[in-house]
Design a protein around this ligand. Structure first.
Ligand code: URP
Ligand code: ZN
Ligand code: ZN
Length: 467
């Protein structure tokens, strides 16, 4: 038997969700062995991380790699997407597997497993998106949970493609409740969106801004409230994805005040971009088309407030990139533009500047909202904390090493960068996944296939572990 390789990250500032201190991190093999004042074992590799923050690797619980959507495929696959993740300090992501056959969830899971296996640079899990909830599908949910997929997603929008109706949503939530699984919703009233889109197009309102104008805030707030009421009725645990505005977050707060087990996330772009980005000319405006849409800037402070108070408990990216060529399909009709933004690489840098440097959150809150809370919510029991026995998923962040945004520094497989021309005040120096260096000073140094599928725990597993 060979001794496992040891690595010491020496002299950094260790940040956890609870606080920060000057210290070292000892990694042995794939696990954290010690944190604090650490003596390097003989033969250990010692990496000087003085002046840097040492944090648990970020987790992105909301990504769409190789997603077939609106007749296209999102442009990052598991190889390029997880390289970009690692470059952004992300060591684990949970992607959406999407039901495509009427009755089958397991075949969808097998399809997504096939895409990821041998390709990923960081660890990954899956949520299962149910798009056709008949009896056979609902029966299939148990087998999916047994395979380590502990959350189901329902789209309340994208009528005719992904949308679930309320009766099916209720039945899925009941089944998820019985399995100890989490139900996630994309909350927009798809019927109303469809009506407003048809009216806008009939009036000749075809450019990108009308995407946002036909999906007003109340449409998201109404769907959020409806999902929360159904969760209240069923007793299911609910997670509202990509909350964009004060009105929708207020519905989550109200449900929480009634004792309903509802949590929510927002995404980086809803904290830093605005509806005005969709007014940019030509394909540039189309790049910012996502659903729910970017909102008025007055929502930023409100969202940060919900994040600080934990009503929005986490921040993900909803990474779903499409190239300019793909986006240009809807230049004359916004409803044909594939929805989604390339963000996976930029969450840490953006939240550092707009959150920590701007004085809105502390480094510990950043860790909580981008890693630790996500690990707890999604049953990633080995992730999200730098503690002995946990996976050695670590990001070393240098707050004094500025880095330009742009396609020249991006690993995302898109031909533009939403933040081109801007400079982040700090940058990722190293990303380690289970003790292996994946990203090192601007370079990806791992091979596809290092990343592994992670089985996730259900609420029942967590109860068993606590008992
Ligand atoms: O526009 C978005 N958000 N695209 C990805 C699919 C989704 O709704 O999450
Ligand atoms: Zn969505
Ligand atoms: Zn999404």
């Amino acid at each position: 038997m060979t001794d496992a390789k040891a690595v010491v990250l020496r002299g950094g500032r260790v940040v956890s969700a609870d606080g920060e201190f000057d210290g070292d991190v000892l990694i042995v093999g794939e696990r954290i062995a010690a944190v604090g004042d650490v003596e390097a074992p003989p033969g250990a590799q010692v990496i000087d991380v003085g002046g840097c923050l040492v944090m648990p690797g970020l987790i992105d619980n909301h990504t769409h790699l190789s997603m077939p959507f609106m007749g296209m495929m999102s442009s990052d696959d598991y190889n390029t997407g997880t390289q970009a993740a690692a470059a952004g300090g992300v060591t684990c992501l949970v992607d959406f597997s999407i039901q495509r056959e009427p009755d089958q969830l397991q075949s969808a899971l097998a399809e997504w497993q096939g895409r990821a296996e041998g390709a990923a640079h960081v660890d990954y899990g899956f949520h299962m998106a149910i798009t056709n909830a008949n009896e056979a599908t609902i029966d299939d949910m148990a087998a999916v949970v047994e395979q380590g997929v502990a959350s189901f997603k329902l789209f309340m929008a994208y009528k005719g493609e992904l949308m679930t109706r309320d009766d099916a949503m209720t039945a899925c939530m009941e089944r998820a409740r019985d399995l100890g699984a989490l139900t996630m919703v994309h909350a927009e009233n798809g019927d109303v969106v469809d009506l407003l889109v048809m009216r806008a197009l009939a009036d000749g309102q075809t450019n990108a801004i009308h995407h946002a104008l036909t999906r007003p805030e109340w449409v998201e707030a109404e769907a959020t409230s409806r999902a929360a009421r159904i969760a209240e009725f069923t007793g299911a645990s609910l997670f509202v994805v990509h909350v964009t505005c004060d009105a929708a977050a207020a519905e989550i707060q109200a449900a929480q005040a009634r004792g309903v087990p509802v949590a929510g996330e927002t995404c980086t772009q809803y904290l830093v971009n605005t509806i005005d980005d969709l007014r940019k000319p030509d394909v540039e405006g189309c790049r910012y088309i996502c659903s729910p849409p970017l909102r008025d800037a007055r929502n930023h402070d409100a969202l940060w407030g919900y994040v600080r108070r934990g009503i929005l408990e986490s921040i993900s990216t909803d990474h779903c990139p499409f190239t300019d060529e793909q986006k240009a399909r809807g230049l004359d009709n916004f409803s044909l533009v594939p929805n989604g933004l390339p963000v996976i690489q930029h969450r840490l840098a953006k939240l550092w500047d707009e959150g920590v440097v701007a004085g809105r959150i502390t480094p510990s809150e950043l860790v909580a909202r981008t890693s630790t809370t996500i690990a707890h919510r999604f049953g990633l029991t080995q992730k999200g904390t730098l503690a002995p026995g946990k996976d050695a998923d670590v990001v070393v962040w240098d707050p004094n090493a500025p880095r330009d945004y742009g396609t020249h520094t991006s690993f995302m497989n898109v031909d533009y960068d939403l933040y081109d021309g801007e400079t982040a005040s700090g940058s990722v120096r190293h990303t380690l996944s289970r003790g292996t260096m994946v990203y090192d000073n601007g370079e990806i140094v791992s091979s596809p296939g290092h990343g592994r599928f992670v089985r996730r725990a259900t609420a029942f597993d967590a109860e068993g572990a606590a008992a």
